[in-house]
Design a protein around this ligand. Structure first.
Ligand code: PA5
Length: 500
């Protein structure tokens, strides 16, 4: 079988004989996972998703992506946690390192800007400045449809869109990815007639990158989503084998659990490729939310080498011995650059002449693994042949399945996140939120309307003070001026859908 993603555990001190003691436990967990998938209420839809995804929805995604590419210079992706990290992980891994900074002629596809993943007013304000007068579309993603951060960002940017384009055109530029039936976002989408994409009810946020949650923004950036799914499909088939001896994905799950039981409570996911920064972030969420509960769980963290060897390196080498590392090694770099001869050799680098930078990077990796292993930090190495759609789809599925297996072996439910609610409850209390704020539906609607007017004024004011470009373009660019209508929401006085 093709080994486009390969596991190597020789730097862990754990032998095949050691981990095969878990073989029976793994078979039981594997069968349980696969048995449960028949129950549509179990959050296991991701397990067979690469073969059972909705083909029509995929075509709809591709069509929407083309439209966004043709009419927008910027796509705002509004979402947080599992409704954000996966898309960003794939977009940043597979595109140019400086994708968003490239001139648009070179980039060819829209800039992708992520909002709704924090509550900083500076961030939102700076995004508004960054967008300037350029054409935008929004993809708002929330399974529950009620998550505070994206909901606030959507309220703000929806209004900005409506002020910029008018209600009718704004509707054509807002794409909603949410539950099929439930949640506030679904209600808004129905009311406003936005294009919607469905998050399958049996796939939780952090397992949803290969659903419309990730696929629409990923496709907009020009990545081949068919290939991504193809790689995941290959992995689905490859890791169907419940025999631990032949299943690298389950080996990873077992070995990390063995290390955990051996006082290694922190796992550092390491990469030598900066493009994988957000893959590490996605992985941290996947494992952190899935395993950290009931007072248990490996704490997942990340490091980017060689950068972090000059910050965290000292601790990893000689600090508290509760760490292990999982290194992602990309065998063939997409590009390489040779180091040239310098007659003076004052920097004493001539010993590297004619070597590619990738070789230097790889030797750094080998040196680090050896040093860390000797220093008491076991290393698991996952090698990908190349960083491409197919292999990344494979790796995503690998981590999702490994996480489900690892959580099960740990004795926790890897699909819930009850701990996330605690801060929300405190925050809502501090902000004075009560259920419906004690209002009847009608009162709530009236209040919403008057708040909307106030908000509109606020954003309108902002527009005048710090974003004159929008108006300037309207005046200077006659074509645009024609397109821009005043939002009906502001004009209408008592009739129709948007009557205030
Ligand atoms: O993995 C999860 O379930 C969470 O991280 C969610 O994705 C995150 O909280 C966002 O939730 P929602 O998509 O409902 O807005």
């Amino acid at each position: 079988m093709i080994q486009n993603v390969k596991l190597d555990f020789k730097h862990t001190n754990i032998t095949e004989k050691d981990f095969m003691e878990y073989a029976d436990e793994v078979v039981v967990a594997h069968e349980e996972l696969h048995k449960k998938i028949k129950d549509k209420n179990e959050p296991l839809g991701w397990l067979e998703w690469p073969t059972k995804y909705d083909k029509k929805e995929l075509e709809k995604i591709k069509k929407a992506a083309k439209k966004i590419q043709s009419d927008s210079e910027v796509l705002l992706v509004i979402g947080i946690g599992g409704s954000y990290l996966g898309a960003r992980a794939v977009i940043e891994a597979l595109n140019h390192t400086f994708y968003n900074y490239l001139p648009k002629e070179q980039r060819k596809t829209p800039q992708i800007i992520y909002v709704g993943n924090n509550l900083s007013p500076n961030y939102i304000s700076d995004v508004i400045d960054l967008i300037g007068t350029r054409d935008i579309s929004i993809n708002v993603i929330s399974k529950s449809g009620t998550t505070t951060e994206p909901a606030i960002a959507f309220r703000m940017f929806r209004e900005l869109m409506e002020n910029k384009y008018g209600l009718k055109e704004a509707k054509k530029r807002i794409y909603v990815t949410t539950d099929k039936k439930e949640g506030a976002l679904k209600q808004i989408a129905n009311q406003e007639d936005y294009t919607t994409f469905v998050i399958p009810s049996n796939i939780g946020g952090r397992y949803s990158v290969l659903t419309p949650v990730g696929l629409l923004p990923i496709a907009v950036s020009g990545i081949n989503i068919d290939k991504l799914l193809e790689g995941a499909r290959f992995a689905q088939e490859k890791y169907l084998d419940s025999n631990l001896k032949y299943n690298d994905c389950y080996k990873y799950a077992v070995i990390r659990n063995m290390l955990y039981r051996n006082q290694k409570g922190i796992e550092i996911l390491v990469s030598y490729e900066p493009k994988l920064h957000y893959l590490i972030e996605w992985w941290k969420q996947l494992f952190g939310e899935s395993e950290g509960k009931n007072g248990k769980g490996i704490y997942p963290t990340g490091a980017e080498f060689t950068t972090d060897l000059h910050s965290l390196g000292q601790y990893i080498q000689e600090g508290r011995r509760f760490l292990f590392e999982t290194t992602i090694n990309i065998k063939e770099s997409a590009t390489d650059i040779k180091i040239n001869q310098d007659e003076d050799n004052l920097d004493e680098l001539n010993y590297l002449v004619n070597k590619g930078l990738d070789e230097v990077n790889k030797k750094a990796m080998e040196g680090v693994i050896k040093a860390h292993e000797e220093g008491g930090v076991p290393n698991i190495v996952i090698t990908m042949d190349k960083l491409n759609e197919y292999n990344l789809g494979h790796l995503i599925y690998f981590f999702e399945l490994a996480c489900a297996m690892s959580g099960t072996l740990l004795g926790v439910n890897p699909f819930n996140q009850p701990g996330v609610e605690k801060y929300k409850a405190n925050m809502f209390e501090l902000l004075g939120k009560t259920k419906n704020n004690g209002q009847t539906k009608k009162e709530a609607k009236t209040k919403k309307t008057s708040e909307k007017n106030q908000d509109t004024n606020k954003l309108g004011k902002r527009k005048k003070e710090s974003e004159p470009e929008v108006e300037k373009v309207n005046k200077e660019d006659k074509t645009k001026e024609k397109k821009v209508e005043k939002p009906a929401r502001k004009k209408k006085t008592g009739k129709g859908k948007h009557a205030e």
